[in-house]
Design a protein around this ligand. Sequence first.
Ligand SMILES: NC(=O)c1ccc[n+]([C@@H]2O[C@H](COP(=O)([O-])OP(=O)(O)OC[C@H]3O[C@@H](n4cnc5c(N)ncnc54)[C@H](O)[C@@H]3O)[C@@H](O)[C@H]2O)c1
Length: 415
Amino acid sequence: MASLEERIKDGSARVAVIGLGYVGFPLAQRAREAGFEVVGIDKYLPDERRSDIEAIGIRIDTAFEPVRDCDIVLICVPTPLADGQQPDISFIVEAAQDVARNLGGGEVLAVLESTSYPGTTREVLLPIFEEAGKHLGSGLYLAYAPERVDPGSNRAPFAEIPRLVGGIDEESGRLAAAFYEKLVSSVTLVPTPEVAEMAKLLENIFRAVNIALVNEMALLCRRMGIDIWAVVEAAATKPFGFMPFQPGPGLGGHCIPVDPFYLAWKAKKYDFYPEFIELAGKINKSMPFHVARWVAEALNEVGKSTRGARVLVVGVAYKEDVGDTRESPALKTIQLLAEQGAEVFYTDSFVERIEVAGREYASVPLDERAVEQADCVVIMTPHSDVDLELLRSLQIPIVDTRNALRRGGLGVTRD
Ligand SMILES: NC(=O)c1ccc[n+]([C@@H]2O[C@H](COP(=O)([O-])OP(=O)(O)OC[C@H]3O[C@@H](n4cnc5c(N)ncnc54)[C@H](O)[C@@H]3O)[C@@H](O)[C@H]2O)c1
């Protein structure tokens, strides 16, 4: 039988993708396009997602038996935070145990793609495989390859996003790099999984810190009557040493608000307290409180108070053109406004329903009726189908959370 390396190179290796969410689905799709036979294993896949995945030639299973016939196993399961900002790696552990239990007798390359703290591949995954009788140097290859997917964005197709790979030993790195080279145009092999794990966190922390910086500058600029957007545009004319970040109502999704705390937790085990992560989290998490205050100010301008006001929130997803509300600052904003006595309703063509602080809300269509019923409109995350010009032309208080940070961009729209 051909070696695993040969089967990777000729495309005959069989691939299992564990977890078919934002990361696993496009990965499975790309592996299929690259010619590999792919099985997707997801224990909790909602029925409505099955047909889309099966339509592109990927077999789906909720059980792990198909792993037995696979040569490559890619683990893409969630890594949330538990109470107290502690990493919850239970999904990784559960998936790895299920994989390890079902492996066949031949060579296998297991790759973790989920974001986690440095050491997860070596300290968590390796022992699970060893307990199941799979050992490095005798058929097991293990690597970490952080995903860099950008949901809802067309900025870069999967195959053009460069990837990092860190193997637990030289052979593992070489095989993993050979596999990813079949999927994307550029692969960098780094010396260890820890380098790849930390690099992924550095990428996310870099964004969290820079977004916090521009948000803090925006709050200061607003107080000083300076237009932050004009400031960022001006600074961005410098061709080196500056990278523009945009202010906004806070951070959402998984990577930027959650992942940095995986590192903060691990750092504390080394008696190290990374202050940038905590500070960025503090500033970014304060933004919905500012939005709630801007709403109160906008209502005040027309002689109303938040209590009893009907407030229409436009867009509750954490970013444009996705239906993902994880950590969305819109949810916190809704909670704060409701606590202050506002009657909040929302519109979002990507998100039918949300639950905030034990209350259910259903999206209303963004039409004249919805707007007429509102005492104030808060533009949080407008998808590309929202007519912003129309909203801005209405004779009611508007808080455009991006432009609220622009001079004169907050308050009642007047002729
Ligand atoms: N979403 C992103 O933009 C993004 C980008 C880069 C990295 N990541 C990282 O990738 C990982 C996955 O994120 P995601 O956004 O794809 O999550 P997701 O919630 O969209 O998908 C995870 C999938 O895994 C399945 N799953 C959970 N436990 C399982 C198990 N034990 N066995 C089989 N399937 C299981 C879930 O049913 C779900 O469909 C996370 O660590 C995340 O930090 C996410």
